[in-house]
Design a protein around this ligand. Structure first.
Ligand code: DX5
Ligand code: ZN
Length: 218
């Protein structure tokens, strides 16, 4: 169980016409990271936002940014994110071709490198590159939309991954994304997650600090 779990609210569920105010609310509420969902309408059937908005958000906040690329050609996005000094970047195992090269490229340029896994993707698939990862993003919903129901399939993956990380004496954070609320957060903390992403749960309350705190301890 992680003692210092990090909470990464996703702006996907924020008010898109008031991102600046939403970021200020997250800072005041004690968020550890801001999670940005980049969707291209191809890898996932939805579109969000791209580079200009990522740049504007980076300039506006002191919180670390966590960019989750749900795009078909993640390699094409990396240099921009490196130049913006984005803190965490993950792309999907299912769509990336040159995974090792991309991970090394991110790391060599000071960005925490992560691989994201859809619910149906076996966690063992990433074992060959485990030592090149700073974090793994385990999806607990199918990517593309906020507000979906948590899939418990994520819990077994965390346990398998946790053991593999320990066996190899590595430091790899485990992030989980999708359907996280105070109940599912308790299961994820118990399983050993290090970072919890939450969109709709955080933003459907006026008391976002209360929601964030309930994900740390419930
Ligand atoms: C889904 C995104 C998530 C999304 C989570 O494709 O990757 O980050 O914002 O939303 P909730 O917490 O509402 O499931
Ligand atoms: Zn996400």
């Amino acid at each position: 169980m992680s003692d210092n779990i990090k909470i990464a609210p996703s702006l996907l569920s924020a008010d898109f016409l008031n991102f600046e105010q939403e970021i200020i609310r997250l800072e005041k509420a004690g968020a550890d990271l801001i999670h940005l969902d980049i969707m291209d309408g191809h890898f996932v059937p939805n579109l969000t936002f791209g580079n200009p908005l990522i740049k504007a958000i980076k300039q506006r906040t002191h919180l670390p940014l966590d960019v989750h690329l749900m795009v078909s050609n993640p390699e094409n996005y990396l240099d921009f994110l490196i130049n913006q000094k984005i803190d965490y970047v993950s792309f999907h195992q299912e769509i990336a071709i040159h995974i090792h090269r991309s991970l090394v490229h991110l790391r060599d340029n000071g960005v925490k490198a992560g691989l994201a896994l859809n619910p149906a993707t076996s966690v063992e698939l990433i074992f060959p590159v485990l030592e090149y990862l700073d974090f793994v993003l385990i999806m607990s919903v199918n990517p593309g939309f906020g507000g979906q129901k948590f899939l418990p399939i994520a819990l077994d993956k965390i346990k398998i991954l946790k053991n593999a990380i320990k066996d190899r004496n590595l430091t790899v954070e485990i992030e989980v994304d999708g359907g996280i609320n105070s109940q599912t957060a308790a299961l994820l903390r118990e399983a050993g997650a290090d970072i919890l992403v939450a969109g709709s749960y955080v933003f459907t309350s006026e008391d976002i600090a209360g929601r964030i705190n309930s994900l740390r301890k419930s």
